[in-house]
Ligand binder design. Sequence first.
Ligand SMILES: C[S@@+](CC[C@H](N)C(=O)[O-])C[C@H]1O[C@@H](n2cnc3c(N)ncnc32)[C@H](O)[C@@H]1O
Length: 212
Amino acid sequence: MKKTIEEHAERFSAAAAEYDDEQDSDEYLACANLVVEHADPTDEDVVLDLGTGTGAIALALAPDAKRVVGRDISEGMLEQAREKAQDAGIDNVEFGEGRFRDPNYEDEVDIVTSNFAMHHLSDEEKREAIAVIADLNPDKFVLGDVMFFGTPDPEKPFYSPEVDDPATVGTLADALTDEGFVLTAVERVHEQVGVLVAERFGDAGKRVSLDE
Ligand SMILES: C[S@@+](CC[C@H](N)C(=O)[O-])C[C@H]1O[C@@H](n2cnc3c(N)ncnc32)[C@H](O)[C@@H]1O
């Protein structure tokens, strides 16, 4: 992590009011749409959206889901999300403080989503976060984010090197499969942006001892 959690929270809270208007790049929109499409909840599914920000993913999924829980470190971003939920009359979504490695959520969850947020963590912290997500035992984790499919062009970073710390797709895939997930889709939006769909298939998809 190139900034502390407090520094990230402060930075996002300061920009929260303008955040939505600035998310107009083709890559961000395509990534967010793919996360929503792959999450695809039914009215029986509880969704946990980590790094929910102003609720782009959480609010898009709520009409189809049983319940959506959004977690973020920035109170300013969460406040925007709550206002949007209220304005839209969406009442099956709850926004509160929580972080990747301590989501402040312990109930049942069927689908975990995250869009454009995990790249704020170092690779070691991403691994820890993925382990925490796996412990929540979701069927599916849909991760949209800045991630490297090849060697990023240093002249054209899609991210801000001073605050962001994206991983390679290989590093993320290893961390997910080490936690018993199977990668069922890899969507390349841009050489530095993608969506990974990681699923668990009952007992067969979880780590088992060969001696059993
Ligand atoms: C670029 S915004 C993305 C917001 C939203 N997911 C979207 O698609 O528009 C990144 C969000 O991640 C949050 N964030 C950064 N570090 C975090 C952490 N360790 N745990 C939870 N949220 C974090 C920030 O506060 C910010 O709201």
